[in-house]
Design a protein around this ligand. Structure first.
Ligand SMILES: NC(=O)CC[C@H](N)C(=O)O
Length: 310
């Protein structure tokens, strides 16, 4: 993987943030409903910033792979939207849910149409539709992440996928419930296997910051080809801002002021459109499933640099 580091621009701010985080007590608790994630050290911390030209800056454990989990929902949405276009929105909404990421309660009131693509129910619909169109949704996602990060070693973590599958009753319930409304095409077990593989992808802060740069480049991939229209890239950034951290999206927008997406592996990605992308990782989570140190670090980044969308 080609990583260009430079002692200028973002490096000093990253080092300052890492020092501040080091001195902060209380890092939350790693997710334990997926047993393979429970053993992670909550004191791990890494942060990377990538510029649209592929320059990356990093601090701490920024090259250590971690479980990307729901961060992958951004990339499957981008691939799904690129393949299908606007009919996708007949099957999944674009409103914040105000509920936990794995909640079932709204689905019955809303006829099996999930609120947005970044809660589990919505991501299951997106993966299902991408799988119908490609025959291998998780393989398509992996190829995309390898290409955008420039890291051919990026891969699924089978131990995490198996662990999640063995404790996957809630996601299975979501899948079967939506299937009962006709909103899932593939057999639910096939969909769940694709979804758990997708969530298990192990990638570093450097990998994920780089893989997100197509959103800072308004839809243009690392090789210069266009994945999304400028308008579609704006749409994804907007949904990240309003839904990317589930029932904490309001607080995230208030504190950080950037489109962002978290995962229960403790990672969070964020986009400064036209300027840079970020990925921060620390496995300790708050009660809403977002990384405590990760959100704090992004909060400090936008405060120290003035780079927010507001
Ligand atoms: N918020 C998350 O990262 C959730 C993803 C996780 N794989 C799940 O489905 O429960």
């Amino acid at each position: 993987m080609l990583i260009v580091t430079s002692p200028t621009t973002f490096q000093p701010v990253l080092e300052r943030i890492a020092e501040e985080i080091e001195r902060t007590p209380g890092r939350g608790r790693p997710a334990d409903y997926i047993p393979a994630l429970a053993a992670r050290d909550p004191r791990s911390f890494g942060m990377a910033v990538a510029e649209p030209d592929g320059t990356v800056y990093g601090v701490g454990d920024w090259r250590q792979p971690f479980s990307a989990q729901s961060i992958t929902k951004v990339f499957t949405l981008a691939l799904g939207l690129a393949r299908e276009g606007d009919t996708l929105w007949e099957h999944v909404g674009r409103e914040p849910s105000g509920n936990r990421f794995n909640s079932l309660v709204q689905l019955e009131y809303e006829n099996g149409i999930p609120r947005n693509p970044f809660i589990n129910a919505g991501a299951l619909v997106v993966t299902d539709r991408l799988h119908t169109r490609t025959g291998d949704a998780s393989g398509e996602l992996l190829a995309f992440l390898r290409a955008e990060s420039g890291n051919p070693e990026l891969d699924f973590d089978t131990e995490v996928a198996v662990s999640e599958s063995a404790h996957g009753d809630r996601n299975a319930a979501l899948g079967h419930f939506m299937a009962s409304y006709g909103n899932i095409d593939n057999p639910v077990p096939v969909l769940l296997e694709q979804y758990f593989r997708q969530c298990s992808i192990a990638a570093s802060c450097a990998d994920l910051a780089l893989a997100t740069t197509f959103l800072a480049r308004h839809g243009i991939r690392a090789d210069g080809t266009r994945l999304l229209s400028r308008s579609q890239a704006k749409q994804i950034n907007a949904i990240m801002l309003t839904c990317g951290t589930y029932d904490a999206a309001g607080d995230f927008a208030y504190r950080v002021g950037l489109p962002g997406k978290s995962g229960v592996g403790g990672g969070v990605i964020a986009v400064v459109p036209g300027r840079c992308t970020l990925c921060v990782w620390s496995p300790g989570l708050d009660e809403r499933g977002n990384s405590v140190a990760g959100v704090a670090a992004l909060d400090r980044f936008t405060t120290l640099t003035g780079l927010s969308v507001f």
